[in-house]
Design a protein around this ligand. Structure first.
Ligand code: FAD
Ligand code: SF4
Length: 512
């Protein structure tokens, strides 16, 4: 009997350069499916669903036009069982499939499900990698074997050396590995901001279908001028746009935040990268080329800052995810249990930094790193929110949220729920940091300088309360010695007022 192969393509596996697609093979059928199971394990932002379905449909059309056999199962297909297993089994029967193949998913949940499906099929099955990341799943684990702690900087240097990126022989180009110190400026209006690149699409039919089938979602839909690229061509144009317009100032203003502007010079490439429309290596190669061609007009700190995010942080965190799952998700170092305030879901708070950062996230399914880490995540941490709830919020709200990248960022870097597996200290900050990096405090009803009393900025009392109540767990951390020295020096009467203020805030958090 001739071989008939079914190959599954998940929604975040839109890599047209994968070796699967090199040759046309009439015995292979590719399948992409829109599944209710993927819409209900967490509630997603509507723009995330629209972007994924839009990009999947586009990818299927491109494969078909290239001559591949493709089955696309839309959510409203009458034969769609809405479950991965049942759909695969249905196709195996219908097309008399003799072999099932898939690419390794970037989520533990799906990895487990696919293993089980393969065991329950009565035909052979196999998997291949997504050919996307620079390292295999266990690359980080192997690199840190026998070492006390994961350290991003060490891994990043290893990647640079191994792939000879920004190197001069054995040494880092320019003699320095790290330009973080140069890349921490507040936006100073010295260079003009540029508008984000938009893509024309009509996603209204998908939106109608979601509503007709009662797919749960939140947030505001954008059906036409979409901010996320939905095809490889669009993703490449976004990469061009980033290199030409944004890279020159990317590093300098990487940590800056601004009222009514949520991108500054950030790339918005995360959706295209996480759906694998672009590969990390091609992204940094293109950016490095642009930097080289600029003959010094783009400073070295910009390109180092960008490369660090992609081959450093992104690759590193994904490796930790695979090393630490499944137990990682359940860690709760501080035993935090508070619910997220209701305004995480509607942005309706008087705290300007949070109104801006949450409002933008809810409106655009996007926020840049410092909004995610130092405003939204910082507040959940200081308030003592249940890290699992925080994870769910992050996994749902951002269009780029795939668990292999989202979870280590949220659970580890932002909430320190892993007790320091990822971060060497909690990313906790008071109004002082937010004011240093943004213009948020200038127009806020709260007073950034006050720790207690009327209109005192909630971040301030929560900050000191956080370190005070977690003293036992944190005071041995050398990187926090400055905090505990200040706490030691603080008068008891001052500390009492602060902790009382924090208790008041926790009790009235929904009214802040
Ligand atoms: P840019 O600032 O332009 O950076 C360029 C690229 O670098 C990004 O596209 C991304 O691929 C990569 N990158 C930068 N920082 C990180 C990082 N810390 N981890 C992984 N990749 C990084 N990123 C996701 O892709 N998906 C998520 O679900 C996600 N959730 C996050 C949750 C929290 C709490 C935090 C603190 C960060 C999260 N990040 C996540 C990382 C980062 O914030 C986003 O990748 C970035 O904001 C995406 O916007 P951008 O493409 O404009 O990034
Ligand atoms: Fe945020 Fe406090 Fe600044 Fe207001 S004063 S913007 S709440 S940090």
């Amino acid at each position: 009997m001739p071989q008939k192969i079914l190959r599954l393509i998940l929604g975040d596996q839109l890599n047209s350069n994968h070796s699967w697609f090199k040759n046309l093979n009439p015995s292979v059928t590719y399948v992409l499916m829109e599944l209710m199971q993927e819409q209900t394990y967490v509630k997603h932002h509507i723009q995330k669903i629209l972007a994924f379905f839009g990009a999947m449909r586009q990818f299927a059309t491109e494969l078909k036009s290239a001559g591949h056999n493709v089955v696309y199962i839309p959510l409203d297909d009458i034969y769609n069982t809405q479950g991965l297993e049942q759909n695969i089994k249905g196709l195996v029967g219908k097309y008399k499939i003799t072999r099932f193949e898939y690419q390794l998913p970037d989520e533990y949940r799906l990895d487990e499900q696919l293993k089980e499906i393969c065991l329950s099929l009565n035909i052979p099955s196999s998997y291949s990698t997504t050919e996307h990341f620079l390292f295999p799943r266990d690359g980080v684990k192997i690199f840190f074997q026998g070492k006390k702690q994961y350290l991003m900087e060490n891994f990043y240097r290893h990647v640079r050396e191994k792939f000879h990126i920004l190197m001069e022989g054995e040494e880092p180009l320019s003699g320095r590995w790290n330009y973080d110190a140069e890349n921490r400026k507040k936006y100073d209006y010295k260079v003009a901001l540029v508008a984000p690149r938009l893509y024309d699409h009509d996603l209204s039919a998908i939106k109608l279908m979601l509503d007709k089938h009662h797919v749960p979602y939140f947030g505001k839909a954008v059906e036409h001028h979409v901010v996320f690229p939905l095809s490889r061509i669009e993703a490449l144009s976004l990469l061009d746009y980033f290199c030409n317009e944004l890279l020159p100032y990317f590093g300098t203003y990487e940590d800056a935040m601004l009222n009514d502007n949520q991108t500054l010079f950030h790339s918005r490439l995360s959706f295209a990268l996480n759906t694998k429309m672009l590969s990390p290596l091609e992204v940094i190669k293109k950016a490095i080329k642009t930097w080289q061609k600029s003959n010094g007009a783009i400073s070295y700190a910009q390109i180092e800052g960008f490369v660090r995010q992609i081959i450093g942080w992104r690759e590193f965190l994904r490796g930790i995810y695979w090393d630490q799952m499944p137990g990682y998700k359940k860690l709760n170092f501080f035993n935090h249990k508070q619910d997220l305030p209701h305004w995480y879901w509607d942005g309706d708070t008087k705290m300007n930094c949070l109104r801006q950062s949450l409002g933008n996230s809810l409106q655009n399914a996007y926020a840049h790193h410092i909004q995610r880490l130092m405003v939204i995540g910082n507040f959940s941490l200081l308030l003592g929110c249940d890290p699992m709830q925080t994870d769910t919020w992050y996994l749902g709200v951002y269009a780029d949220a795939v668990e292999g990248v989202q979870l280590p960022n949220t659970h580890g870097m932002s909430q320190f729920a892993d007790g320091g597996i990822i971060a060497t200290k909690p990313y906790a900050a008071s109004a002082n940091y937010i004011d240093k990096m943004s213009d948020y405090c200038k127009v806020c009803v709260y007073d950034k300088k006050k720790r207690y009393g009327e209109n005192a900025c909630p971040f301030n009392s929560l900050y000191w309360d956080f370190f005070y109540r977690n003293q036992e767990k944190l005071q041995g951390n050398k990187r926090l010695s400055f905090v505990y020295k200040l706490l030691d020096k603080m008068k008891n009467s001052e500390l009492q007022l602060i902790t009382e203020q924090a208790a008041f805030i926790k009790a009235h958090v929904n009214n802040l």
